[in-house]
Design a binder for this molecule. Sequence first.
Ligand SMILES: [Fe+2]
Length: 386
Amino acid sequence: MSANINLPRILRIGAGVSRLLPEVLDELGLKDPLLISDDFIVSLGWLDNLEAQLNEKGFTHNRFTGVVPDPTTDAIAAGLTVLKQGQHDCVVALGGGSSIDTAKAIAAMANRDQAIRCYKVPQTLDDGLPIIAIPTTAGTGSEATRAAVITDTETQEKMLCMGLGLMPVAALVDFELTMTMPLRLTADTGIDSLCHALEAYVSRHANPFTDTIALASMAAIAKHLRTACQEPDNREAREAMMLAATQGGIAFSNASVTLIHGMSRPIGALFHVPHGMSNAMLLPDITAWSISGAPARYACCARTMQFANSSDSDEVANQKLIIALRQLCSDLQVPTPASFGISKAQWQQAIPTMAQQALGSGSPANNPLIPNAEQITALYDTVWGN
Ligand SMILES: [Fe+2]
């Protein structure tokens, strides 16, 4: 086995750990963070709380709250302007994947002159200011990945950026911050995590380290996601989902995502479908198409999530996997592209661009069955038809 594993230096996991920011900054020798968040987190008073903790311990700090959903190059530029007004030695993200990815891009671009589009995959961003991530959703796993997805304001492309400069140095994973997540966000981010775990496990870059983490993540999500949606105050389900999200991030960051994420990013970029929701639209059909590339691996996923029994053949287990994924999406009221409000003409017109962007991201090449442009085009047609 040969695997290259990258992780945050510090992972604090559990109830209340988001209150440990001053301690963690001290541990890392950092003194002047730029806090990065969005208006919703500000309205909850959580950013004020964080700043009060920093004031109590005598830290200098400032805030940038211009994070937008599906972070854009324009928002990154605005954040960099605020960063350069101070002497900040690190960035702290408080929020969901959009806040964390914005913080990552600001940190990595702090000392670079070229536009961030010059650094999208296959280029890398290997250095930058230290990043501390405090996730408030159980979903993207961005707190433990060396990836960020930034939408180019000029081209509307969702650019995948990768590199060690995007890996948080510390992550404070506090499930209590997710207790107020609304149903739709809980469902979408939870399915995003499931895709991370499933795709990491079947990826051509899977390895024994990521396999165990991916399986643990998908088992927990299959067991707890519906409960987290139906009973938002259920601490056991929220705690399990939060850990599973971070595990999903660790798994895919070290094994890569595959075809679902590759085809999902263009849907999000062109039609503004939330990231987890566009993954969910694709999950059953793309999995069904991909199974023949790694039937034993997919069957293991089906059994791990208890969609199939240990006595089921791989073929039967994989049939049950697709049925269970369709049922999960139905239970969580995942829309089709049509019911989301996209017209068939818009979808058809976008397919060549979406197929090109999907292939360009490199993610489809990690899939157990590698599609060409025609096959991706046909898959976008299939997804529309269901
Ligand atoms: Fe994702």
